[in-house]
Design a protein around this ligand. Structure first.
Ligand code: ADP
Ligand code: MG
Length: 331
């Protein structure tokens, strides 16, 4: 998605006031009636409708008159609110080029006043899931809280909280700087996603390092759940950094063993294929029983001593609570 932040500069106080009014209205309405926007914004000299027209022109809101005359925020509008807040807080002063695109996120470089560069991740979660959720009668009564604003905000909060807690426990993750709405600002990793790396000086060492991370996470009570070559960054010194945390689960999750094995499997497959490490051979060797293999090469989930709930305190301190996790789990 194109993020033309130049528009930000031309938006007036009133523009942001009305944009914020639409956001507030969306707590209770999927489409916020125009009169409600006007009432919440309560501009001194009126003119909400003119402002809405301007916001519409810049695609910050979407107009819907199918049931009644109303508006909802677009992702771009939500982006602008988050960016504006970040800029007001002095987190960064400018948005630069896009450095990553995910199915559920966009990543940009942002610059601080002193010229140093950070990474900003905008979560794009929820639109499709929201539709799926809406079709499920169970959740209809919770409909208010299960909209895409809420979902992408939760994903960002979860990511931020986990990143912070993991960093405090010495894991190689980006430094979590700030979180607002669906936006997470973190340190920029100077490296490449493993998927882009064709050659390594010492693939065995990197492999062991990465496998060690999966085990270390489990010892701290966590499973990444998306541990693959897209979410591992490698720098020129072959130092490893782990990214992308919205889907992490606890080792007490009922499918923990499956998620753990899947993470391990991804790494085994990738390293044997890309760097020709002779890992898969052992698995395919019919003379070896599975149990032997588990003991000799693959980390075994059940034999790791896991401290369940170890990170809970830190996570709660960052604002990500049991309730938030429950809401995400439902979806
Ligand atoms: P998604 O959840 O959409 O998969 P990721 O967090 O994995 O998003 O980020 C997508 C891509 O953006 C990564 O593969 C990486 O190339 C880049 N990226 C993400 N975070 C950073 C960062 N802190 N520093 C540098 N690049 C990053
Ligand atoms: Mg990713």
């Amino acid at each position: 998605m194109k993020l033309n932040v130049d528009v930000l500069r031309y938006l007036s106080k009133d523009d942001f006031r009305v944009l914020t009014a639409v956001e507030m209205g969306m707590r209770n309405h999927e489409i916020v009636p125009s009169e409600l926007v006007d009432r919440i914004a309560s501009l001194k000299h009126g003119g909400t409708y003119k402002v809405l027209k301007n916001l519409l022109k810049h695609k910050l809101v979407h107009h819907d008159s199918s049931k009644y005359d109303g508006f909802r925020l677009t992702y771009l509008g939500y982006d602008f609110l988050a960016i504006k807040t970040m800029v007001n807080r002095g987190v960064f002063t400018a948005v630069g080029r896009q450095i990553g695109v995910g199915k559920e996120s966009d990543i940009f470089e942002v610059a601080k006043e002193d010229g140093s560069i950070l990474a900003m991740k905008l979560h794009r979660l929820g639109r499709t899931s929201f539709r799926a959720v809406k079709s499920k009668r169970d959740y209809l009564r919770h409909r208010r809280s299960f909209n895409w604003l809420y979902l992408s905000r939760l994903a960002a909060l979860k990511e931020f909280s986990f990143m912070k807690a993991l960093e405090e426990h010495g894991f190689p993750v980006p430094n979590a700087v700030e979180c607002n709405r669906h936006c997470v600002v973190m340190s920029l990793i100077h490296g490449y996603p493993l998927v882009q790396v064709r050659e390594l000086q010492s693939p065995e060492v990197v492999f062991e390092r990465i496998l060690g991370l999966i085990i270390h996470l489990a010892e701290h009570g966590l499973i990444h759940c998306d541990f693959n070559e897209f979410n591992i960054m490698i720098d020129d010194e072959e130092k490893v950094t782990l990214i992308d945390f919205p889907q992490m689960v606890s080792v007490s999750h009922r499918n923990a063993q499956m998620y753990f094995d899947r993470d391990v499997d991804c790494i085994f497959k990738f390293f044997s294929k890309r760097f020709n490490l002779s890992l898969e051979e052992k698995i395919d060797n019919p003379d070896n029983s599975e149990e032997d293999l588990e003991g000799s090469s693959r980390p075994c989930f059940s034999s790791i001593s896991k401290s369940v709930g170890f990170l809970d305190k830190e996570l709660a301190a960052s604002g990500f609570t049991r309730k938030e996790q429950d809401d995400m789990d439902k979806i």
